[in-house]
Design a protein around this ligand. Structure first.
Ligand code: SF4
Length: 336
């Protein structure tokens, strides 16, 4: 039976965060102006649990949106106590939280361990000092290194988020960031192309011509080079782009930037085209069947069939099949 993964999202927007990174307007991203108290969090979790269909699930509670470990200890504990009660009763299997790399300490990790936190995600964003400075992140790459080490040493699962297209960023710097994320022992990552959101410093810079976001094509070209690195290293990419927020942002909040509902599909289409384009040059038959792992089928066919259409320039018929025996990055071809 297939195990479905759910994360119950609990947003604590800008709580405890004294920073204003140039790209961030956390309240607009989460669309939650009010900060929930522990009782509201309990009700929210109950509501989510009741909404899931019956079956075998892996459910986690995730505290997102701000700087969790920057909260006063008693507030952290009141949230975690609620989450822990669901863990103890077996209704959820894990607790995750996101926080800043400069808000991790040996001492601060103990309560997280005590209440059963399983995964800690850090907003690393870039491992290039210059990019961090220009983005007014307020932490260094060394902060990311030290906190990652502590998190891994204490037996938590480590997640490191990265952004592409920050001020001063280049493709090479993004590739370097991805390699460092792998070396630091992350089990998972999220990749966010930078969007210009109204009310942020970046929006001011954009309007004054001081900052230019990546185009959608550029962002796809960058991200398609990052994804295979993580895949080969066994680092799970849990998100690419701000999927959930796209509708919100497209209306009034988004000023500019590579925002697309299906950003991951676009990037994976190009990852697969890099693998498949050699077939088109061989022209060994009129009809081909390309088999891939079922999880990769849509990506291989391409967004709106883009890769199939590209191959149809060389073949009369292009079929795709699924083969569970193949690894995610493997394929085989039959010619007819
Ligand atoms: S630390 Fe996080 S929440 Fe705070 S301003 Fe920066 S991105 Fe936003």
């Amino acid at each position: 039976m297939m195990v479905v993964h759910y994360t119950i999202p609990v947003f604590v927007p800008e709580l405890g965060c004294p920073f204003q990174c140039v790209f961030c307007n956390q309240r607009k991203i989460t669309n939650r102006k009010k900060i929930p108290d522990a009782e509201e969090v309990r009700c929210l979790i109950e509501e989510y649990l009741a909404s899931y269909p019956r079956g075998k699930h892996h459910i986690e509670i995730g505290f997102f949106g701000g700087n969790f470990t920057g909260l006063p200890l008693d507030e952290q504990e009141s949230y975690l106590r609620v989450a822990n009660s669901f863990l103890e009763s077996g209704k959820v299997k894990g607790i995750r939280l996101s926080t800043r790399p400069d808000y991790i300490s040996e001492q601060g990790l103990h309560p997280l361990k005590k209440f059963g936190v399983t995964t800690i995600e850090l907003g690393a964003q870039s491992m290039d000092e210059e990019v961090l400075i220009q983005s007014v992140r307020g932490h260094t790459a060394q902060d990311v290194e030290m906190s990652s080490q502590m998190i891994v040493n204490h037996g938590f699962r480590l997640g490191l988020q990265m952004m592409v297209g920050l001020p001063g960023d280049t493709l090479e710097k993004s590739l370097f960031t991805a390699r460092r994320i792998i070396e630091l022992g992350a089990s998972e990552t999220r990749i966010y192309p930078v969007l210009v959101i109204k009310g942020t410093t970046l929006a001011e810079w954009y309007e004054k011509g001081k900052y230019k976001p990546l185009s959608l094509d550029e962002a796809v070209r960058w991200v398609k080079q990052l994804l295979p690195l993580f895949e080969e290293a066994g680092v799970e990419v849990t998100r690419v782009g701000l999927h959930g927020a796209t509708r919100l942002l497209r209306g009034e909040e988004l000023l500019a930037g590579p925002c697309h509902e299906s950003f991951r599909e676009l990037a994976m289409t190009e990852v697969w085209w890099d693998r498949l384009k050699g077939i088109g040059q061989r022209e060994e038959g009129e009809v081909i069947l390309i088999s891939v792992h079922p999880s990769q089928y849509n990506y291989a066919v391409g967004y709106y069939g883009r890769n199939r259409k590209r191959l149809l320039k060389h073949f009369r018929e292009v079929r795709f099949g699924k083969d569970l025996k193949l690894k995610a990055n493997e394929f085989w071809v039959e010619y007819f």
